[in-house]
Design a protein around this ligand. Structure first.
Ligand code: IPD
Ligand code: CA
Length: 285
């Protein structure tokens, strides 16, 4: 295991003693993983900005499911950075470059560009999203939106931050007074239309930003009050799910049962409007 020396405090001991205490911080300490993840995310953001607005190759993974050469470059960068420090960690990545070492323990869940369609159309709502799991539990999440100059970070049990300032979900009490968000994953066709139609006239409005990761961050910092979507993948949700819960929010399946990052749906709210949203979906069954 790699060990770093991490100076944390300076004490005025006599000259015969060292005047600096250094604590050993393991490279597998969540705080250290956060530092590393943040550095990788910032570097990836620089790469995204280098190509943003330029002529880039775009191909189709499905009828309306885009991938650009920059998604692939970003994924390669992230994976090589992780592997240079953690050669045995598992990696699950959107563009398929991940690795499975069979070793239990750590799994990095990566979306090199969340909001690829936005990115391909020069719309600034895109981000890199990196979540880290230990033994199946999310412990670190970083979502960095380089054009927006916003970096969201969280460590399990230590709160959520936007550009190093602590964030919290909104205190909105009802759907009627909420600003909501959702997504229309190409895999589920028009199945979301009835819900969209219902909530657009029963809330203050809906924004469709085109990035699940940013949607979860906006919910975490109180810009949105609720978010629902089906057809998602683990890399769309991992980092954002931790950010949201660390900011005081709630994330479940549409029926209110426990969220599963390996599943494909989420109902995410500030907590206060959660039951009202669960009741809406329950009434449809
Ligand atoms: C998509 C975005 C979008 C959501 C889709 C995702 P991608 O991810 O997060 O907001 O509605 O379900 O697939 O393709 O931009 O990485
Ligand atoms: Ca995505």
């Amino acid at each position: 295991m790699l060990i770093d020396e991490f100076p944390i405090i300076s004490l005025g001991f006599s000259l015969s003693f060292p005047n600096k205490i250094t604590l050993k911080m393991s490279s597998e300490d969540p705080q250290k993983i956060l530092e590393i993840t943040k550095k990788i995310a910032l570097k990836t953001g620089e790469l995204q900005m280098e190509y943003y607005g330029k002529q880039i190759n775009i191909s189709l993974k499905g009828k309306r499911d885009l991938v650009t050469e920059v998604d692939k470059k970003c994924e390669q960068l992230i994976i090589s950075e992780i592997h240079s420090i953690y050669p045995n960690h598992n990696i699950l990545a959107e563009e398929g470059g991940g690795t499975h070492t069979e070793q239990e323990g750590f799994r990095w869940i990566i979306d090199p560009i969340d909001g690829t369609t936005n990115y391909a159309h020069n719309h600034p709502f895109f981000a890199v999203s990196i979540g880290v799991e230990k033994d199946g539990e999310l412990i670190v999440g970083v979502i960095h939106a380089p054009y927006l100059k916003e970096t969201f970070t969280a460590v399990k049990g230590q709160g959520a931050y936007l550009n190093d300032k602590k964030i919290h979900v909104s205190s909105t009490e009802t759907i009627e007074t909420s600003l909501l968000t959702t997504g229309f994953n190409p895999r589920i066709g028009d199945q979301n239309m009835p819900h969209f139609k219902h909530f657009i006239v029963n809330s203050r409005g809906i924004r469709r930003d085109g990035s699940a990761a940013i949607d979860l961050c906006y919910l975490a910092c109180g810009r949105f009050d609720g978010y629902w979507e089906k057809g998602l993948m683990p890399w769309d949700m991992a980092a954002g799910a931790l950010l949201l819960t660390e900011a005081g929010g709630k994330i479940t399946l549409w029926d209110g049962s426990p969220f599963d990052v390996n599943g494909d749906e989420l109902l995410a709210t500030n907590g206060k409007i959660h039951q009202e949203m669960v009741e809406y979906f329950a009434a449809l069954r």
